[in-house]
Design a binder for this molecule. Structure first.
Ligand SMILES: Cc1cc2nc3c(=O)[nH]c(=O)nc-3n(C[C@H](O)[C@H](O)[C@H](O)COP(=O)(O)OP(=O)(O)OC[C@H]3O[C@@H](n4cnc5c(N)ncnc54)[C@H](O)[C@@H]3O)c2cc1C
Length: 258
């Protein structure tokens, strides 16, 4: 919701919903959404030195938004996104029902692993798959200025980074760059009808973010949140069409107008 919106809205503070249970034998864990990545990494490291979870770099980032938004970090090349390693979830839908992967169905479960949980309901906890790591890993940093041939390094990095062995992740950070082009490109977003942006309007940015997945996400959205309760800036819009998703039996049938 825009800060200026007159629509009522609810803020859920999940901070204390941060319990983490690690199952070393099965290399899985349940993590509640209010935990931070730092808390998750710490809980795993207390139980095992050779298991990890492939998520973001920053310890203060919240599990709820990160896992439901995809989430990338140093293990991305070897194990994919954090969302790729979610294997189940406890989720509260717009009617207040608690669903798991089985009862929500594969389409909604798919959407919760990258399209932003806030679009569809509230994720209480995720079950995640833990991945194998060596006891010791090596981390290093190389800093170069333009005078020290940073341009050459960046050029080379573009060729090496995607093709080198997957055990090595090389990321690039550019600091203090001033450019006349900076900030010129932005995705324009306008609300109408109390934030109930149409699918066509939302496509202006949605297709850029989600590419071909945007259509499917909007079709999942129309089934799980037909009254558009969960909405905000750059939310997934509703798409009415000929789609028949494989959602759990729980969901009520709705009439779709094309
Ligand atoms: C300092 C910093 C470092 C970062 N580093 C990385 C990185 O290394 N890799 C990376 O991929 N990203 C990174 N990010 C981006 C980060 O993953 C996103 O900002 C993420 O959405 C943060 O989630 P949150 O729960 O902390 O934030 P919030 O602002 O609380 O939530 C973000 C969105 O997710 C929704 N949401 C949160 N919890 C739930 C829930 N339980 N159920 C349903 N919806 C929910 C919220 O409604 C909101 O729309 C970083 C961000 C910051 C600020």
């Amino acid at each position: 919701m825009k800060p200026t919106s007159k629509d009522p809205f609810v803020i859920l503070d999940l901070f204390k919903l941060n319990s983490i249970t690690v199952d070393v034998e099965n290399a899985t864990a349940w993590v509640q959404s209010g935990a931070t990545l730092g808390e998750l990494y710490y809980a795993i490291s207390k139980k095992s030195r050779t298991l990890a979870f492939p998520a973001g770099y920053w310890s203060t980032v919240g599990v709820g938004g990160h896992l439901s938004g995809g989430g990338y970090g140093a293990l991305l090349r070897k194990y994919g996104l954090a969302g790729d390693n979610v294997i189940d979830a406890k989720f509260i839908n717009v009617d207040g029902k608690i669903l798991d992967r089985k009862s929500m169905g594969e389409d909604l479960f798919w959407a919760l692993k990258g399209a932003g949980g806030g679009n569809f309901g509230v994720i209480v906890a995720f079950k995640i798959k833990l991945v194998a790591v060596p006891e010791k890993v090596t981390v290093f940093k190389v800093s170069r200025t333009l005078e020290q041939n940073a341009t050459k390094l960046v050029h080379k990095w573009q060729y090496v980074a995607p093709s080198i062995h997957e055990d090595l992740t090389i990321t690039l950070r550019i600091n203090n760059v001033k450019s006349s082009q900076a900030g010129k490109q932005s995705y324009h977003y306008e609300e109408d009808n109390k934030g109930k942006t149409s699918y066509e309007e939302a496509s202006a940015w949605g297709v850029k973010y989600f590419k071909d997945n945007f259509k499917r996400l909007a079709e999942v959205k129309v089934v799980v949140d037909p009254d558009y309760f969960f909405r905000g800036e750059q939310t997934i819009a509703l798409r009415f069409g000929d789609f028949s998703p494989s959602l759990g039996e729980y969901f009520r049938p709705i009439v779709c107008l094309t």
